[in-house]
Design a protein around this ligand. Structure first.
Ligand code: PMP
Length: 456
């Protein structure tokens, strides 16, 4: 078996996610034969350092022996069972442990099987809660500009990235969108905290004026990942929690991308010392092994649905693979690693190393900003450093970086003009050096010689 045979077979049958398939006329697909730790290996023995944790899911490396072992044991015991009317030990233990480690007050776990579904669960539950409480005017949701919450219609509606959303606009529920606290837009003399605090005025005004029609505010705590890794200060979350309490509106924290140690704390909400009413988790929940998600909520929400059947207040939402035992086992092994190893402290060292390895880029004539929150580091390439004028998206500068990196053993997947690292936590300092060196070279190439065409 070699790469090209598999590529031929693949391109005859598979429609790949988030891809203009015609691009594969000039950009080969890469079939992966095996993987270990941060390394992927193709069928011709070429290696790729997975600097994006395979779409931000893998935290403890590929084929991690501890996670593998737990899944193997589970596989010979119980592969799957319906979670309505039936239960199983992995789901029970996982719920107990998630309730233990997530912010106080999140006391109930509702499982689904991907991030978008977890968001849909939170939106539906919040709406339904107010209905069960007799507040039928509450039908609207508030989001932030540049936010992202998934691709199914409800989750897509909840986000605000035009590239994904615009085409489907006629199909989507209408949100109330408030300007993001994104610190990229702060004035040069302003701190990130000052900017985020200032931007909160917009949110407060909306909540003060329209809270009677609002079910919930949905946010990605600290980092808007799909929105080009834009970051904001924890103060915004603190102010938002206070205002949601004041105006009787739920707070939905979508920690699908930022949960499980990515931002420097186990959950991003911890940095603002807040508890949301709903917390959505997926991706790293299973160490990036299997599709599983969970929406945690409060006893108050749970009790609003708890009634005699004939009152029809139950939450009748289901997915076939809800709480799959193999997924739950992978998640339990992941939690064991957090319990046994000093992951958060080690991540601090790795994050510092990432900062040092990219420090020189701050002065690069086509880099507007190198920003970092824990184990997320992003480099924003711009046409004009002073005015921050962006490169036109049609030039696909990020693609240049992607292609250079692949030729040099690194998988980087820029978002537009933003090159970022979201590596597995098992990356070594030397591997960080390699990742940064290749990114710097790629940025040189992508920003160096004037116009870049997409298909050269
Ligand atoms: N929310 C956030 C913050 C995400 O980053 C993502 C995925 N990138 C999702 C939701 C959707 O998760 P999934 O792709 O598993 O549906």
């Amino acid at each position: 078996m070699n790469n090209s045979t598999l590529i031929d077979r693949d391109l005859r049958t598979i429609w790949h996610p988030c891809t203009q398939m015609k691009d594969h006329e000039f950009m080969p697909l890469i079939p992966i034969r095996r993987a270990e730790g941060v390394w992927l290996e193709d069928f011709e023995g070429r290696r790729y350092l997975d600097a994006i944790s395979s779409w931000w899911v893998n935290i403890f490396g590929h084929c991690n022996p501890r996670i593998n072992a737990r899944i193997k044991t589970q596989l010979d015991t119980l592969e799957h069972v319906i979670l309505a009317g039936f239960s199983h030990e992995p789901a029970i233990e996982l719920s107990e442990r998630l309730i233990e480690i997530t912010p106080a007050g999140l006391d109930r776990c509702f499982f689904a099987d991907n991030g978008s579904s977890a968001v849909e669960v939170a939106l539906k539950m919040s709406f339904h809660y107010w209905r069960n409480k007799g507040q039928k005017n509450k039908t609207r949701f508030v989001n932030l500009s540049n936010s992202y919450h998934g691709e199914t219609l409800g989750a897509l509606a909840a986000g605000d990235v035009p590239l994904y959303k615009e085409t489907y606009a006629p199909l989507l529920m209408e949100m109330i969108t408030v300007a993001s606290p994104d610190c990229y837009h702060r004035r040069p003399d302003e701190s990130c905290e000052e900017h985020s605090r200032k931007m909160f005025a917009h949110m407060r005004e909306v909540l003060a004026q329209r809270h009677e029609e609002i079910c919930a505010v949905i946010i990605e705590p600290l980092v808007q990942c799909a929105g080009n890794m834009r970051m904001y200060d924890p103060i915004y979350l603190k102010l938002l929690r206070e205002a949601c309490d004041e105006f009787n509106v739920h707070l939905i924290a979508d920690e699908i991308a930022v949960g499980f140690g990515r931002t420097g704390s186990l959950f991003a909400c911890e940095q603002a010392d807040i508890s949301p009413d709903f917390m959505c988790l997926s991706k790293a929940l299973t160490g990036g092994y299997l599709p599983l998600s969970v929406t945690l909520t409060t006893d108050d929400v749970y009790q609003a649905f708890y009634d005699n059947y004939e009152n029809l207040t139950a939450f009748l939402h289901s997915h076939s693979f809800t709480g799959n035992p193999l997924g739950c086992s992978a998640a339990l092994a992941t939690l064991d690693i957090f319990a046994e190893d000093d992951v958060i402290a080690n991540n601090k060292k790795l994050a510092h190393k990432m900062q040092l390895a990219t420090a020189a880029l701050t002065d690069h004539p086509h880099v507007a900003e190198v920003r970092q929150t824990g184990m997320i580091l992003a480099i924003e390439m711009v046409k004009n450093k002073n005015t921050r004028e962006a490169y036109p998206w049609q030039e696909r500068r990020g693609l240049k970086v992607y292609r250079h990196a692949l030729e040099n053993e690194v998988l980087l997947l820029p978002l537009g003009n933003v090159v970022y690292f979201i590596p597995p936590y098992v990356i070594t300092p030397d591997e960080i050096e390699l990742m940064a060196k290749v990114a710097v070279e790629g940025i040189e190439i992508a920003t160096g010689k004037g116009r870049v065409t997409s298909d050269e």
